[in-house]
Design a binder for this molecule. Structure first.
Ligand code: NAP
Length: 276
């Protein structure tokens, strides 16, 4: 298929590379043009319209709803029947707005971070019209290990917020346990060793715990985007009259770490808020 990838950041660049490696003809565009250049097998375009022209499918992988809406506004005149596959995390409200503007929208946020994106092992939370599925499934096979088809557009974005609510709790819980260990003169590694492999352990604790202990935050999932997701989940909950107290507190902690200059760092940097 001829595929346009709009947004080649941490997630979009490896997705574009894997699509090309699977035999698709891929053109990529990125706001900061240099990031769309030099991706193996992928042609860089100078403009959104150039990337989209002649494509069978257009994939957006951009920071947030504002970015997606702005870029889709530019892409729409050139879409010409191409399937729009929206993979960024933008929440159900913006997805509903987009679905109104773009008939046949495939709402497909992904689960998995930088490494799974590089390995083509994302989990695709897909939703959209039945007749789009056959068309876009080969693309999801190239970027992911598994695709869950969940119903009408919007269902993927709702599940994504549920998953990230869990993920954010896990991350903040880990950060605070490690911060407390350090403050109580407990070697934080002994905490990780104690939970490892048991029912309260999690592979994620080893992965992110090591980074937190070392205060080393190369971005897999930038903290500012994690904060965006906390806010999206809080807004969706509020809409339903639901009070998520822990998530509200997590958002506050993450906001403090972002204000301390860690927005572009990995979300493991939320540990910095405990002393900020
Ligand atoms: N990283 C993860 O672990 C992960 C996992 C699942 C889902 N996600 C979601 O996937 C999306 C992308 O995340 P990422 O980690 O790839 O982030 P990223 O590396 O920060 O990339 C963000 C992309 O959005 C572009 N962008 C931002 N504002 C824009 C605007 N106003 N107009 C046009 N382009 C704009 C950036 O362009 P520039 O290069 O010019 O800044 C960049 O291409 C986010 O919605 C995120 O929540 C991330």
């Amino acid at each position: 298929m001829r595929v346009a990838v709009l947004g080649t950041g941490i997630m979009g660049a490896p997705m574009a590379r894997n699509l090309a490696a699977a035999g698709h003809e891929v053109t990529a565009w990125n706001r900061s043009a240099e990031k769309a250049e030099g991706i193996e097998g992928v042609k860089a375009a100078d403009s959104v319209a150039e990337a989209v022209r002649g494509a069978d499918a257009v994939i957006t992988m951009l920071a947030d709803a504002d970015a997606v809406e702005a870029v889709v506004r530019e892409a729409r005149p050139a879409l010409d029947g191409a399937s729009l596959v929206q993979t960024s995390t933008i929440g159900p409200e913006a997805t509903a707005r987009l679905a109104e503007q773009v008939p046949g929208l495939v709402d497909a946020p992904v689960l998995g971070t930088k490494a799974p994106a590089e390995e083509g092992k994302l989990i695709v939370l897909a939703s959209g019209p039945e007749d789009a599925r056959e068309r876009v499934d080969p693309l999801f096979e190239a970027i992911g290990a598994k695709t869950l088809w969940l119903g009408e557009a919007g269902a993927g974005s709702r599940l994504k917020l549920v998953i990230n609510t869990w993920l954010l709790a896990l991350t903040e819980g880990l950060a605070e346990a490690i911060a407390l260990a350090e403050a109580l003169d407990v070697d934080p590694q002994t905490f990780l060793d104690a939970i490892d492999g048991g029912p309260v352990g999690a592979p994620y604790a080893n992965l992110k715990g090591k980074l937190m202990i070392e205060r080393d935050f190369p971005p897999s999932f930038p903290l500012e985007l994690a904060l965006k997701d906390a806010r999206l989940a809080l807004a969706a909950a509020e809409e339903q009259g639901l009070r998520l107290g822990a998530l509200a507190a997590i958002a506050e902690q993450m906001e403090r770490a972002v204000e301390a200059g860690h927005g572009k760092d990995d979300m493991a940097a939320t540990i910095q808020a405990s002393r900020a």
